[in-house]
Design a binder for this molecule. Sequence first.
Ligand code: HEM
Length: 294
Amino acid sequence: METIERIKAHYQFGSDDVKNLVRLKPLMEKYRDEFVVEFYNYIKNFEEAHLFLKDEATIKRHQDALKIWFMDLFKGDYGHHYLMELEKVGMVHVRINLHAHYVNAAFHFVKLFIQDKLQAEFKDPEEVADLEWSIEKILDINLDVFTSSYIEEEKKFFLSQRVESYLIQLANRFSYGLNLILVFGLVVLGIIVIGLLGWNIYHITEGGIESGLLSTLGSLLMLWVVIELMDTEIRQLRGGKFAIKVFLNVALVAIIREILITTLAHEALEAQLTLVAAVGVLGVVYWLVARAEL
Ligand code: HEM
């Protein structure tokens, strides 16, 4: 957290600047109300201003707060309390999610407004330049504090940055490890399915060729599912996108295999129709997901 003394030192804001600003106070008092009117004329061009200044009550509160803020620029006391006030205003803008760009643009207006008044009131260009210099500094200090509020908000952590990034790293590694175990499990499953396929081929003629062929086809489908799952898993481990389609694939294959079995067992027509309907629904969902993933 910066202290106001450090901030002032970085902007080389000294007693001459304080004198200049205090000197301007009575003059700026005269322009206080005009400042707010012109400020609002300026920010009404911001496309999203109405989203923040959404009703008369908010606008009134903001305009009153702006008058106080404007006059505080010339109050001569720029100590810790002043910094606290600025930080509070900065946080209000952050909390309402006001884009930092709007604040910067509004500051641009403030600078122009005050410069314009100085040029109208003072004839000596050197005097104007000297006063403008002090105005620049105090406005830059204000903008600095306002902007820091946005950065502070981004830096928020629950415990501490180091602990949290360590935890995230640990969770990442753990999840990578789990994925590797999953791949290993799929390899084992693949070997078992290959065994089953071999067994089915070996006994293809037992209990009728039709039944043997359908059982073999069932094993082939299972092998295909394992390959699909493994492929997806490997792609994800290499940093690819997680493909939700693969789960639909598995469900589709499982139901198609079930249809093969129920056909062989000559089960009731309703049971078979239910499975066919399920394949239809899954097929539509698969098509929609595939389109969305394109
Ligand atoms: C030079 C730039 C600006 C200054 C100096 C400024 C000043 C202030 C101040 C002093 C407050 C009161 C904070 C508090 O409650 O303690 C405030 C609040 C607020 N400001 Fe700004 N503001 C600026 C730019 C803007 C802009 C560009 C917008 C919108 C487009 C905006 C919208 C608001 C809103 C919505 C609030 C909260 C009002 C409420 O609900 O009470 N401000 N601002």
